[in-house]
Design a binder for this molecule. Sequence first.
Ligand code: SAM
Ligand code: DTB
Ligand code: SF4
Length: 342
Amino acid sequence: MNSIDLPSLAQALADSTPTIRHDWTREEAAAIYHAPFADLIFRAQTIHRQSFDANAVQCNQLLNVKTGGCAEDCGYCSQSSHHDTALPASKLMDPAKVIEGAKAARDAGATRYCMGAAWRSPKDRDMAPVIEMVKGVKALGMEACMTLGMLTDDQAKQLADAGLDYYNHNIDTSEGFYSSVVKTRSFGDRLETLEKVQDAGIKVCCGGILGLGEKPTDRVEMLRTLANLPQHPESVPINMLIPIEGTPIAATATPVDPFEFVRTIALARIMMPKSDVRLAAGRTAMSDEMQALCFLAGANSIFIGDTLLTTPNPGDSKDRALFARLGITPRDDLGVHAHGNA
Ligand code: SAM
Ligand code: DTB
Ligand code: SF4
């Protein structure tokens, strides 16, 4: 599929440079979120085209390198030891196995390998194997991302020195709703780790979940917190809750209106014009049409492969078919020469 020429007005808009702001007001952000749908999507798509190829999507592969038994009580999570989810806990994986997985992911088209551990924070003895994982993934020419919970300044520096590109640490929802979702840590704890990561020179991946029982204001405020940080997170994952039996939130949550989900993506794109916005967890429950709307609203990144951390993901054949239907190509962040040469 070849992309068609846009009419000249739209092209002129798409050619201008987006303004990067860190002073969004509550009212401004809410007005964008609640705008007529066509106006919202037109604005988001225009801004999207100022910084990105609208037909390319960045592809990430997740791996849970340490499953379950987590001391935190996040009300949505299958891996918390506070909930009875029937998920067996495991030890930290052997770095060699992790690197094998990364190579397979690279061969399947992922440019970034995202490794998650179900920890409140890493212990000092965990750092050596974790660093070996980062170095191994980097040696394959891929981008490396980790999510290990709260970090000290020294741990952030060690990860930066190992070559870690991104650290994922979500704020998940608004400050006001946070304590209804997690009680074992505060919203401020999350912001503190984000600051340490940024100070160490690692790029930040930070977003949230929809479907926790939050109100539209909580979604707007979550994104406003991110957009008003001194530096926008380079990557903003927007997850749709995957209800997990045995978790308190699965018992009370109500499904999110798909249009509200798309509005949230559009607001992220408009307030953080140069960040990658990821259509993250929850795609198995979404139609192709809903995913297409998310891409139109400015999402430009997904998780590929059959599994996320502990739950299923659409998988490569479904995603290949979706990309073909929409004329989307995987974004080649590694360059053709880095692919398949290690
Ligand atoms: N332990 C790490 C931490 O504290 O950041 C990282 C792992 S955690 C699983 C990463 C993110 O995945 C969460 O912040 C949440 O946004 C998302 N997530 C976890 N469980 C989910 C679920 N059931 N449905 C949708 N998203 C989920
Ligand atoms: C993010 O925002 N979503 C990913 C990643 N960052 C670590 C995790 C999704 C987890 C979905 C539920 C599961 O598989 O356990
Ligand atoms: Fe632990 Fe992360 Fe799950 Fe919270 S989201 S319980 S910190 S693994």
